[in-house]
Design a protein around this ligand. Sequence first.
Ligand code: FMN
Length: 421
Amino acid sequence: MTLQKPMLSKTEVRKLAEDFERFKFEPLPQRLWQYVLERYDIDLRSKYADFPVSPLIGKASGQLSMEPHQVLKDAEAGLGFCVLKTLIAQDAQGNQSMRAWAIPITRMKVERIKGQDETEGWTVTWVGRGWHKSFEAYLRFFDEALSIGAEYGMLIVPSIKAHLPSHPDEEWRVGEYDFTVGELLKVWRKQNPNLPMPIEFDFSPTLAGSEFARRQERILKWLVNVPKLIKEAAKKATEMEASKVICVGIKVFNAMFDDTFQIEMLRTLLEEAAKGKGADFIVYANRLFDPNREYEGVKGIAYGGPDLSARNLRVLSQLSKLHERGELANWLPLSGTGNICNGKIAFEYILCGCSTLQIHTFFQLPISCYAKRTGSKIQRALHQLLFEPENGLIAWLLWMRQGTNQLANKPLRVEPLTKID
Ligand SMILES: Cc1cc2nc3c(=O)[nH]c(=O)nc-3n(C[C@H](O)[C@H](O)[C@H](O)COP(=O)(O)O)c2cc1C
């Protein structure tokens, strides 16, 4: 389906234009979702897995969620959730099989990138990977982030990467899962004793380019086993039923194979979940990987931009069609990520069934790229994403609600459009 431009009434366009202009210079309303609900009758509240978030937009794991002051800015701007930088798991003795992913960042560059269809966009190029400070420092950071989240009503989600066997006979290093999940749970349960802890497992794009991920059956085995290991770890740590203490999300990566394999990865996750053993939600999908691109002497670089959203949306819309035709074993809550840099792309992820949206790059652009003249980059990005009169998310959601366009009969599996009494 090709979406060109939302066709709105004059009144709607005027209201959006007024807000867009006004909030260029004023702070965004404190309860942003409430403002949007009252003014436009559009409900931006949603669920990340089973956790209520308002609004449905959050920060994706990465360089922008490494420090408490960054988390505080997210909360102040009114994001619904914040996924913390990926922690590289370790066992009780401090062994880390994925140590290669725990390197400190050297340099990071935000640069222009052109998609295959000539669309201009942005990508962040860098050579760092996961969390490089100590394990204890991450636990302290998680604790602080949770306090900030609690104060502002913003969900905080830790992210991990743990051992993945690279050949068929290699044993899983269960100790990494047990120790890391157990320690994170101690921190979470101190502040949220009665709530399961959401967690993302990061299958990163650099993993896609590594020797590890050359074989499809190996990747599928990882997708089957990782949720089980995290749940078993949670059960061991708390002596409680896993579903009461943990909610596992798998952040799917763009493997170096075709779209059919991406669907197979998703099918595997859905089938395992249908058997009651798998993930509880899916994050789709991490960046692309170019084995030939070089940066700072490193060959093989992850990248984003228009090709990332094009690929993700192509795969997600196929998945969504399979679901509509009843050809999937199950459906899981989806969180979309990848080049969400305007209302149209955000809307397309929602149409494909994503109930939340995660952003990294669009929160990191040069300040001149945002129309808003005051506030943090998070606020400026939200302003643009939501209120742009011609292409903002509110404009697209208003257009969808008219019911007179080609989307009128499209079933949506997300809640943000439901009116709240
Ligand atoms: C500099 C940088 C660091 C990242 N680090 C992580 C990470 O540690 N864990 C993770 O799951 N994703 C990481 N990501 C991926 C982002 O969370 C996000 O899913 C991806 O960049 C797509 O969103 P975007 O196009 O809005 O950037 C990183 C991305 C960037 C650009």
